[in-house]
Every structure is written in structure tokens, then in C-alpha cells.
Design a protein around this ligand. Structure first.
Ligand code: ATP
Ligand code: GAR
Ligand code: MG
Length: 396
């Protein structure tokens, strides 16, 4: 476990597939340990590209382009940052000896909702919502009739709620189908239909697999709007019994996926116990709160784990919360205002991702606030986020 300076013959090279706000923090943490970083994404000037040693713009769903870049760079670590990647290439490259984080199979299984859902529900028998898959509007109508309404419809390949909708009556099926077609990341027409889980709260249990074993962070509570996170806080108080149940589900799924790294295990807390939703084999958006709450953020933990370094403990230094700033329109000419006002709030920080373009609903920044009282932390973070604004500017 030794390496030389970036750009030298003995450098440790980490290549990120996906370069958004989460990857940006992973790159920064890797740089702190002297690792050489390469950021890849589908568009130029993505957040992680702005802090990496170099970058490449490719279609990561295109097997050939992906292979060419990886074989040219020969990284020591291939770190998927989003789901939508030609993961069969990663399987091949792993066979050739490349180190895919956490494993190529985990990237493959979590690339689409079907792989991970079948593994969790059918192989591991973890509690999940009832589900069906559909390839056409007719199949969708059948699935909706089968499961009953309300139910949730999502493209099998999408994230951050894109293409997701709630079907409240059978008549909604057409609109849900169209929403899924428009919102899916890959132009696949397959969707998952899930029965609606009535939950008391939902959490992300960050779980790290490292050379020193499995470590759980304190649960993170969150609120989602239109399938995307708007607010998160840590710790989320839950009963000892629920916490143990959550940890046991997280242990089962992460052990099955294997490898080293941090996982975001998404769980619903219901009157009947904990229900598994999904898992990211990488840092989680709701986990950005750990940048203010923990001694090692989820990004620092991911980097440490994947480099094979020990993690002897993770300390919660303070309760805290995060709240997001989202754009309302499409624009390449804008400024983010209100940073000064937001930073006047107590124990508050902001992260501005630096995405070059806005789109409706696109996450552009996050506010982080700490307070001994979690409700106060949540209110401060929300207030800070509401002071931040994406303002279009005249570019004549
Ligand atoms: N079956 C369900 N019942 C009730 N609510 C649901 C269900 N499925 C999803 N949701 C709600 O929608 C949110 C987003 O769903 P999900 O995590 O599956 O989407 P995603 O696109 O993968 O999001 P991300 O990439 O942010 O994790 C959930 O956190 C939850 O609030
Ligand atoms: N829920 C997953 C998630 O939050 N992923 C994060 O969002 C980026 C894509 O953002 P974009 O769609 O704005 O380019 C990804 O690259 C990742 O950092
Ligand atoms: Mg999710």
C-alpha cells in the first residue's frame, strides 16, 4: 500500500466513471492522500472534472468508448460514480485484472433496478415492496391491476427520481408510462412497478466495507420530493430494534455485493418493520450531510476503504442537516446568489457544485448546518438553502 506522486511511474491512479457532485468530493478526498485522479462523464466541465488531474468526455454507456479510455489510462482503481455505465465492460476488465469498485458484479447488479431488486427480494429474501416489471404500456396496465393503486413506476435505469411517478388510479398508467420513457437515462422501455410503501420515515444507512470489516454510520433521515432528495439529517432517531433490523439488512446486502467501499443502503421504516428499497455501491446524495456531521465524511470513508486502508471508527461529531438548491429552468448563463446571506447563519456551510448548465430540478448546491438540536439544524439548513438562488443573467 504505497504509492508515488501523481504523474510519476509509481502513482496510484483512480478513474471515476461519473463526475457529478459526489465524485467531486471523492476526488478531493483522493487528492488529499496523494492519489492521481481522472474524471470521466458524458459532458465537459462536470464538477469532479474541475478538481481532477485530468478528464475525458465519453458516452459511458458505449462499450467501445469506455474500453478505450480505461485501457489508455490503465487505472489502479475504477470507481463507478453513477449507475448508467456499460457494466459488461467492467466485468470483462475485472477478469483482466482491473480493480472495479466495489466489484464489477455490484456495479452490474445496481446498474438497473431489476438486478438489485431480484437479488434482494428473491435471493436474499429481504423485505421489499411487491413489484412487477413491464416492457410495454399493456404490460404496465396489467402490473398496475395486479399490484393495485397507488403504486410507483420507475424506469429500470434512472436515478434521482428521473422518470418516476406515482400511479394513483389505473387511468394514470398512460401518463406514468410516458413519464418513464422521457425520464429514463438509457433509452430502455422497461419499468419497475412497485406497490406504494406507507412509511413512517425513510433512512440511508451508510455502510462501509473495508479491510478492517464492516462499519455502520449513524442513520440518516431524509425527505424526497418527486423521487429526489431535498433534505437529510443525521442522526435519525429510531428504536434499537429498528436500528438492528436496518443494520442486519444492510449487512446482508453489502456482504452479498462484496468488495471494499461505502454503500448507501436505502430503507423504509414502517409500522411493520424495516423494508429494503435500494442500495448504491458508492457515496449517496443524502449522505452529503456527513461533510458536516462526521469526522470522516462518506467520501473520505469511500476513498479510505477502496484504497485498502483501515477504518477503525467513524465518529459523529455533531448532529446536522443538509438541504438542496435545485434549478428551475434550463440555462448556461446563470449565477448562484445568496451565499453570503446563507453563511451568516450559525454553523452553516455551502457546497456549490459548479455544474455548467441548469435544468429543471437539477441539483446545483447544498447547504449544511450543524446544531445539537436536530430540528434546529434542519431548519437552519433549509433556511440557508432557501437563501441560495440560481439567477439567470443577461448574456447579450
Ligand atoms: N415503493 C415505494 N413506495 C413509496 N415511496 C417510494 C417507493 N419507491 C420510491 N419511493 C419514494 O421515491 C424516492 C426515490 O425512489 P428511488 O430511491 O427508488 O429512486 P432513485 O431514482 O433511485 O433515487 P436516487 O437515485 O436518488 O436514490 C424514495 O426515496 C421514496 O421517497
Ligand atoms: N441520486 C444519485 C445522485 O445524486 N448522483 C449524483 O448526481 C450526479 C448527476 O447529476 P446531474 O444529473 O445533475 O448531472 C451524479 O454524477 C452523482 O454525483
Ligand atoms: Mg433512491
Amino acid at each position: 500500500m504505497v504509492w508515488g506522486a501523481p504523474f510519476s511511474a509509481h502513482a496510484k491512479k483512480m478513474l471515476l466513471l461519473g463526475s457529478g457532485e459526489l465524485g467531486k468530493e471523492v476526488v478531493l478526498e483522493a487528492q488529499r492522500l496523494g492519489v492521481e485522479t481522472i474524471a470521466v462523464d458524458r459532458y465537459a466541465d462536470a464538477p469532479a472534472m474541475q478538481v481532477a488531474h485530468r478528464s475525458h468526455v465519453i458516452d459511458m454507456l458505449d462499450a467501445e468508448s469506455l474500453k478505450v479510455i480505461i485501457q489508455r489510462e490503465k487505472p489502479d482503481l475504477i470507481v463507478p460514480e453513477i449507475e448508467a455505465i456499460a457494466t459488461h465492460v467492467l466485468l470483462e476488465l475485472e477478469e483482466e485484472g482491473y480493480n472495479v469498485i466495489p466489484t464489477a458484479r455490484a456495479a452490474r447488479l445496481t446498474m438497473d433496478r431489476e438486478g438489485i431488486r431480484r437479488l434482494a427480494a428473491e435471493t436474499l429474501k429481504l423485505p421489499t415492496a411487491d413489484y412487477r416489471f413491464a416492457n410495454s404500456l399493456d404490460e404496465l396496465k396489467e402490473a398496475v391491476a395486479d399490484l393495485g393503486t397507488p403504486c410507483v413506476i420507475k424506469p429500470i435505469m434512472s436515478s434521482s427520481g428521473k422518470g418516476q411517478s406515482v400511479c394513483r388510479t389505473p387511468d394514470d398508467a398512460v401518463d406514468c408510462w410516458n413519464a418513464a420513457l422521457e425520464g429514463g437515462r438509457a433509452k430502455s422501455t422497461r419499468v419497475i412497478v412497485e406497490s406504494f410503501v406507507t412509511f413512517e420515515s425513510e433512512i440511508t444507512l451508510l455502510t462501509v466495507r473495508s479491510v478492517t470489516g464492516t462499519t455502520f454510520c449513524q442513520p440518516i433521515g431524509h425527505i424526497q420530493r418527486d423521487g429526489d432528495y431535498v433534505e437529510s439529517w443525521q442522526p435519525h432517531f429510531m428504536s434499537e430494534a429498528h436500528l438492528l433490523e436496518a443494520q442486519s439488512i444492510a449487512k446482508a446486502i453489502t456482504d452479498e455485493l462484496g468488495g471494499y467501499g461505502l454503500f448507501g443502503v436505502e430503507l423504509f421504516v414502517t409500522a411493520d418493520g424495516i423494508v429494503f428499497s435500494e442500495v448504491s455501491p458508492r457515496p449517496h446524495d443524502t449522505g452529503m450531510v456527513t461533510m458536516i456531521t462526521q469526522d470522516l465524511s462518506e467520501f473520505a470513508l469511500h476513498v479510505r476503504a477502496i484504497l485498502g486502508l483501515p477504518i477503525t471508527s467513524v465518529e459523529l461529531l455533531t448532529p446536522g442537516a443538509s438541504a438542496t438548491l435545485k434549478a428551475e429552468r434550463t440555462s448556461a448563463h446563470f449565477v448562484v446568489s445568496g451565499i453570503e446571506e446563507a453563511l451568516r447563519l450559525p454553523r452553516t456551510q455551502v457546497r456549490v457544485f459548479g455544474k455548467p448548465e441548469t435544468k429543471p430540478g437539477r441539483r446545483m448546491a447544498v447547504a449544511l448546518s450543524a446544531d445539537q438540536d436536530i430540528e434546529k439544524a434542519r431548519n437552519t439548513a433549509k433556511q440557508a438553502a432557501s437563501l441560495l438562488k440560481v439567477e439567470e443573467i443577461n448574456h447579450e
